[in-house]
Design a protein around this ligand. Sequence first.
Ligand code: SAM
Length: 483
Amino acid sequence: MDKNTYIPEDFIEDVKCYLPEHLNLDDFIDHCQKPLRLSIRVNTLKMSIDEFELEAQKLGWQITPVPWCPEGFWITRSEEEQANLPIGNTALHLSGCIYVQEASSMLPPLALRSEIENIQTDHYAVLDMAAAPGSKTSQLCALMENKGLLVANEFSSSRLKVLAANMKRMGIANCALSHFDGKIFGDYMYECFDHIQLDAPCSGEGTVRKDASALKNWSIQSNVDISNVQKDLIRSAFLALKPGGSLVYSTCTLTPLENQQVCTFLLEEFAGAVEIIPLDNLFENANQATTSEGYLHVWPQIYDSEGFFIAKFKKISSVEHHNQQRKKGAFPFEPFAAKAHQAFSSYLKKQFKIKQLPGTLMQRDKELWLFPEKLEEVQNKIKYARLGIKVGSIHKNGVRLEHELATAFGHLAATNVHALSDKQATEYFQGKDVRLENPTNQTGEVILTLCGAPVGLGKWQKNKIKNNLPRDLIAQGQLITWV
Ligand code: SAM
């Protein structure tokens, strides 16, 4: 029990007004004070679930599957291990094979799983309107198998940086990152997206088990203020959605002001063009958390998790919108010149036996980028902070590869690959050169792996591998991540 958890009286009074009849208030308060179980999601872009289970067994971790998410596991590590090596410093985490993510926060992307799995083409676009730090973005990208296009938007610049770092660690290649108030998407990207996730900014009432002071500034007025932002965002999301597409709205808060009432706003605003897709069958026992409307209202005591709210809608017809806007300014990229393209492809084949990279190579000044296929139709509608991945910088003698090429496509390499030992990995993630046990006569660039997954690039030198980890990913001798 964490008796330091701050639960204001006014909040409890408010909860009494909407706590469902089958749930009990004392139980709710007890669960708010109970520490949260640690859960992770396996990043299937880097490691299979079977491989993770084997690895966890080797490490002596006890794992329990999260019933609603095949990639999710609660994990128990010994107190000693946890104290000596926090989860964020483990090889599985640093390599991007796992993402620390609360079990109930895995639900919103799962609500889009069937849509994504049933798409017959790689040519589709999904929007994640409030994306940082990127747990659900990376979950969606894994469901999309790094295909199609995911536009991940974030309004806060500091959080956008963490989002970008997490995308690199997770080996994501099908993302475009943008930095806007989500309100603009309806105007600038009207009916552009096949599906949309809006994991909205909220008052975070469901997060007290993780953050004992989450309710420190709680007030009904702040709930009302945030709900106005949420209404703007859900309206914008619905306008940006193609007819036939699905919209998943979620929050990690409990009040109907920010949940059911925001959904009601959407249903009224676009009456006739929107319908609820009930979530009572999303997983076994989902009905324990399903509201009469078909939303999931996950109270902490139902599945012993954080509190969450998830609603799913379908856009059944187009809606009028008279305020569509066009971005001004030219598109700063051009296709990579054919001759240089050929030389680059030959280099990848010779050095790594990589036959082809999926996507389109584009050049901006001396930078070489790989765009996801779908990008063309949406690439000039807004200004992106990043488009696809930066694969290299162009020099007069060829292309010098970038870190992201290795993290996203290193698994395609068959030669010049080096598996880091745990000791070498520690050196590498601290930004130091990697010492080799035996001198090598290999030359040129090398892809480094950890837990069987690519983690970056280096350059062979006689007794060591020169470290090419970008400095902006390292803070205080540690890789930037969220945990
Ligand atoms: N989806 C994220 C994940 O799973 O890792 C968590 C998102 S968090 C609940 C909401 C995010 O919305 C925050 O990062 C916040 O900075 C961002 N945000 C706040 N106001 C916004 C706005 N007007 N438009 C877009 N994003 C906004």
